[in-house]
Design a protein around this ligand. Structure first.
Ligand code: CDT
Length: 311
């Protein structure tokens, strides 16, 4: 018997700085409706999908930053998306900026949620690998201030049972780190959902700019294959406030092959029928972890943060 989940990678074109949340939500609903019309069970949106990618600016006032954050989910602007999901019977992954009060302290995270076909939130993830910098660096053509505006996620890389399988989440830069996939792989993950905002140009290493698509595909294809899991990667695309975003949204099978891909730099839905049972032959042969892994030799991965050269 096969376990098919029909998934839509819902890429977004640029979101303008002054674009109202309600308008963005209408774009998301249009993609959800397309997904429903094509039989999708689940639609995956990018990281920080409700606003422009605001960490590209240095803001002096905290209230300017906080204007990009959601204080409840669903909230006044996002309720319509949840209503649409319930009406259409399509679940979704959504990335957004989360502002929450915990033990009297205001905390800010780069967050994603997984919402089921009854519009219930079934899982939450808070981004762990925050790229960029914490201080204003005016030499850059644009900033990447995630380390200033967000705290490191405190929920780990969990998985949950949803859509008939075992599903995990990650956000953007997480996808470049093998640990992200392996921690979920060790919990039997069958599908990993990843939203991103990746500029073509990386100010500290412009020599890599022409490889941005290659690296995007490389990391997700490797993560899928090495853990015998589906990976759905969905980006922001096109020129957003003068910055080119790669888009390059893809659905990767447990073989490591790309089975579906967006081809524009706009709002676009790319769909694949993902058989979760395709994970089995990888998880039970070459990547049968309990048979072939050698954890006694991997201690340094958790004991050491940076490389230390001692030879
Ligand atoms: N949003 C985010 O995490 N973006 C980073 C940019 C790093 S530049 C190579 C990313 O890993 O895509």
């Amino acid at each position: 018997m096969s376990r098919i989940v029909t998934v839509g990678a819902a890429q977004l074109g640029p979101i303008a700085l002054n674009e109202p949340r309600k308008d963005v939500v209408q774009r998301l609903i249009a993609l959800l409706e397309q997904g429903a019309a094509h039989g999708c069970d689940l639609v995956v949106f990018p990281e920080l999908a409700l606003t422009t990618f605001f960490p590209r600016w240095y803001f002096e006032q905290q209230e300017q930053v906080d204007a990009f954050f959601e204080r409840s989910m669903p909230g006044p602007d996002t309720q319509a998306l949840f209503d649409a999901a319930r009406r259409l019977k399509v679940g979704f992954y959504l990335g957004y900026a989360e502002l929450t009060e915990e033990k009297g302290r205001t905390r800010r995270f780069n967050t994603s949620i997984l919402v089921d076909q009854n519009a219930e939130i079934v899982s939450k993830y808070r981004k762990i690998h925050l790229p960029g910098h914490a201080e204003h660096e005016p030499w850059r053509r644009f900033q990447h201030l995630e380390k200033r505006y967000f705290e490191t996620g405190n929920l780990g890389f969990g998985v949950c049972r949803a859509f008939g399988g075992i599903v995990g989440m990650a956000i953007c830069n997480d996808r470049r780190w093998p640990e992200t996939y392996r921690v979920m792989g060790l919990q039997g993950v069958e599908m990993i959902l990843i939203g991103y905002n990746t500029p073509v140009h990386n100010p500290p290493a412009p020599e890599h700019d022409n490889l941005s698509h290659f690296h995007n595909e490389l990391v997700m294809q490797a993560g899928a294959y090495q853990n015998g899991t589906w990976v759905v990667g969905v980006g922001k695309a096109g020129r957003e406030e003068g910055v080119d975003q790669i888009g390059n949204s893809i659905i990767v099978a447990p073989s490591g092959e790309i089975v579906s891909a967006c081809s524009t730099l706009s709002d676009e839905l790319s769909i694949a029928r993902c058989d979760l049972d395709l994970t089995v032959s990888y998880k039970s042969s070459v990547f049968n972890f309990s048979k072939h892994r050698e954890p006694h030799a991997y201690g340094m991965i958790v004991e050491r943060k940076g490389a230390i050269i001692s030879v």
